[in-house]
Write a protein that binds this ligand. Structure first.
Ligand code: NAD
Ligand code: ZN
Length: 372
């Protein structure tokens, strides 16, 4: 059970550690016992898919550490990240016998949907319970599990209900990614490329040098990949506490990416596919503004090697509307991150470095989309 990385996340009043390695599910019990003290108790919240594959190992670990263990499951899927599911999970949690108390710890076991929902349950049950995040998708490992955002979708839009609630610990086991479907894997890979572009050019070197092992879900290679990405996301969210613009850099590739995702409609393109073409378009804008010269080709090659799309031809199911520059520009104007009609872009300015631009013209946006 090798631990390969221990990454401190330093936030005022609430610091915790992200532990990354291989075969770490068996360590969740010890982490829970450390948080709850003697006579500990862990309540695993998970989705139906992950429960069937990975919940027993975590439950065993809790029991071995002397903790009482309960499991609450909800149906798999983004469409269940809502108030109805939240209400059902909360009712089950509050009906457990004996009742939970402030020494009970919530263990979120699953992808970003589980982490967001279980984290919000932890934030609100008894006005706040400790929680341990045990992410099981690459996207949750490198993105959702770090930063303390928890929440639910509302009929009016995604992630509109929520709270910041930092976990007591995050435990990432790279070995569980062996069972992750390829499409889900791509969602995390796109965020890894994003982190390389915004902060760490040597991360792109690492990805380039390890494509075959990454695509084969080699656990040691993935542990290294995850460790490096968690360090970047942790540094960005910690810095953001001091200077409020840093976190915006994480939106690189997401401005046009979100518009494509929205225009395509639910389930047509994955988040990772949308972000991949969004990053290519952002490079296009940066080139048109002479911010960079040669970096775009390299990033495109990496995306191709990771089986991610670099243009609309790679997304044959994408409806015409989701390729239309005018329509996408219109969707961007309604994005909740758009303030006063100004679409904010994060653009690459040097290897491993980006900056915020509020003056990208409609022509530049539309030309970059048309070039996809
Ligand atoms: N809180 C944040 O900062 C933040 C950041 C990014 C994304 N998110 C949220 O994360 C969610 C997306 O997360 P996701 O991509 O992990 O989706 P997800 O949680 O739906 O997981 C994707 C699929 O993989 C399955 N799965 C999970 N782990 C598995 C494993 N080890 N083996 C086999 N199957 C497995 C799940 O059951 C599901 O079917 C969105 O709701 C998004 O809003 C939150
Ligand atoms: Zn994203």
């Amino acid at each position: 059970m090798p631990i390969t990385h221990e990454i401190p996340v330093n936030l005022t009043g609430r610091s915790y550690k992200v532990t990354v390695g291989v075969d770490l599910l068996e360590q969740v019990g010890a982490a829970a016992a450390a948080l709850t003290g003697s006579a500990g108790r862990g309540v695993i919240i998970t989705d139906s898919t992950v429960r069937a594959i990975h919940a027993d190992a975590v439950a065993d670990s809790l029991t071995r550490a002397g903790c009482r263990c309960d499991v609450i499951e909800f149906p798999t899927g983004e469409e269940h990240k809502n108030l109805t599911t939240y209400g059902g999970v909360m009712d089950k949690l509050l009906s457990l016998d004996p009742p939970i108390d402030r020494k009970s710890v919530i263990v979120a076991l699953g992808g970003g949907v589980v982490g967001d929902l279980a984290g919000f349950v932890a934030a609100t049950a008894l006005r706040g319970l400790p929680f341990i995040n045990v992410p099981t998708t690459l996207l949750a490992d490198v993105d959702a599990a770090v930063g303390g955002k928890t929440g639910l979708n509302a009929p009016a839009g995604k992630n509109l209900i929520g709270a910041f609630h930092q976990p007591g610990a995050v435990i990432i086991d790279a070995a569980v990614l062996k069972t992750l479907p390829a499409g889900e894997f791509g969602n995390g890979l796109a965020e890894c490329v994003k982190h390389g572009v915004i902060r760490d050019d040597s991360l792109l070197d690492f990805i380039e040098g390890n494509i075959a092992k990454i695509m084969a879900a080699d656990a040691d290679t993935l542990a290294e990949l995850i460790g490096r990405n968690v360090a970047i996301k942790a540094a960005v969210v910690s810095a953001d506490e001091r200077e409020s613009s840093e976190r915006a850099h994480l939106n690189f590739g997401h401005t046009i990416g979100h518009a494509v995702e929205t225009a395509a409609g639910y389930g047509v393109v994955s988040h990772g596919q949308a972000v991949a073409v969004g990053m290519v378009a952002a490079f296009g804008i940066a080139e048109a503004r002479s911010l960079i010269d040669s970096a775009a080709g390299r990033v495109r090659k990496i995306l191709v090697a990771l089986s991610l799309p670099v243009g609309f031809d790679d997304l044959p199911d994408l409806p015409a509307e989701a390729r239309d520059p005018g329509r996408l520009r219109e969707i961007m104007a309604h994005d909740k991150k758009t303030l006063g009609g100004v679409v904010r872009f994060i653009l690459p300015v040097a290897p491993g470095s980006v900056a915020i631009f509020d003056d990208v013209t409609d022509e530049q946006i539309k030309a970059a989309i048309a070039a996809l």
